[in-house]
Write a new protein. Structure first.
Length: 328
């Protein structure tokens, strides 16, 4: 049976089933997380930055850690850099195209800068960190994990503060019990993780059958595939009116991908840091700075900016394909 899914027909079937798992899993996950937020008077933005972001980062975690264990470390960084660019430009951009995204002041003041800091620290550690040469070593991984722990501390502190200051919640706004909500979150996360894994496996099989290199697969197919949970979850959240959760999910996932995913992968096995990796992470930095400057001035993301963000991603993918195929 496993051999069948390595064929093109089998990979296509697995791709469709994986998409179904992603979509339904995201629906359950957002519904459960939203109800937990309302039950405990926690803002949707905080839930998006933590629980939802961690859940939708499971595919990146699985791919990068597996790659680190088997020694395909270059796949870990290309997966994360590609996923982060996709999250910021495509996930957030498409949400802005769907409906105007009002950006919370804490997102402008704390969350976007922290995601920018994570990307800058990754470049610095990769190029001049504690390893010999351009290597993301075990000590570098420990530094990333320490920054991740501090990020979680900030989120928990904000959640406790918001819960203490919030008004009494109308029970009519809560559609599920805590137990059912938790089951929805866990079940949704499992469906997202399995669905994402199947999508990545099937897409990689199809890509290899078409003659694409492993590096190209990591930068494009795997990166986009592991970001599908963020895309689907943010779309579902935006459709349900949870725009804060959609934006928080994308930003939080970028922080998780760099600090937690690469932190764990580097601690398991040092990762070679290529110049192309530095360029890709630098692209994430530039995109983050542009996005941050725009929302700092306007306090929102509109359809016009959303279109620019998506087109920016397409343009960078054209550059990546030309670079990896030797056209540049």
């Amino acid at each position: 049976m496993a051999a069948f899914f390595q064929t093109i027909p089998g990979a296509l079937i697995l791709l469709v089933v994986g998409f179904i798992g992603l979509i339904k899993g995201a629906d359950f996950f957002v519904e459960g997380a939203s109800n937990v937020a309302k039950r405990f008077k926690v803002p949707s933005l905080i839930i998006g930055l933590t629980i939802v972001a961690m859940g939708t980062s499971l595919p990146e975690t699985a791919v990068s850690i597996s790659a680190s264990i088997v020694g395909s470390n270059s796949l870990a960084i290309s997966n994360v850099s590609g996923s982060n660019l996709f999250n910021l430009l495509v996930v957030v951009g498409l949400c802005a195209i769907m409906q105007k995204v009002e950006v919370d002041k804490d997102t402008i003041r704390r969350d976007i800068p922290y995601s920018l800091l994570a990307a800058v620290v990754l470049i610095v550690l990769g190029m001049v960190g504690t390893g010999e040469g351009m290597v993301l070593g075990r000590m570098d991984g420990a530094i990333l994990l320490a920054l991740f722990a501090y990020f979680l501390f900030l989120m928990i502190r904000s959640a406790l503060k918001a819960a203490a200051n919030s008004a009494e919640m109308d029970d009519d706004e809560i559609t599920q019990s805590v137990i059912i909500s938790l089951v929805s979150i866990v079940g949704g996360a499992a469906a997202i993780a399995i669905g994402g894994d199947w999508v990545v496996d099937s897409a990689s099989t199809l890509a290899m059958a078409l003659g694409m290199s492993e590096t190209m697969v990591g930068l494009t197919i795997v990166a986009v595939g592991t970001s599908l949970p963020e895309l689907v979850t943010s779309f579902v959240a935006a459709r349900k009116g949870e725009v804060d959760m959609a934006l928080g999910n994308a930003i939080g996932s970028n922080v998780f991908n760099i600090l937690m995913v690469l932190g764990i992968a580097a601690v398991i096995s040092p990762i070679d840091f290529l110049m192309s990796n530095a360029i890709d992470i630098l692209a994430v930095v530039v995109a983050t700075v542009i996005c941050w400057a725009y929302v700092a001035k306007t306090k929102y993301l509109d359809k016009k900016m959303g279109i620019i963000m998506v087109l920016g991603y397409v343009a960078y993918m054209v550059y990546v394909i030309m670079r990896e195929t030797g056209a540049l």
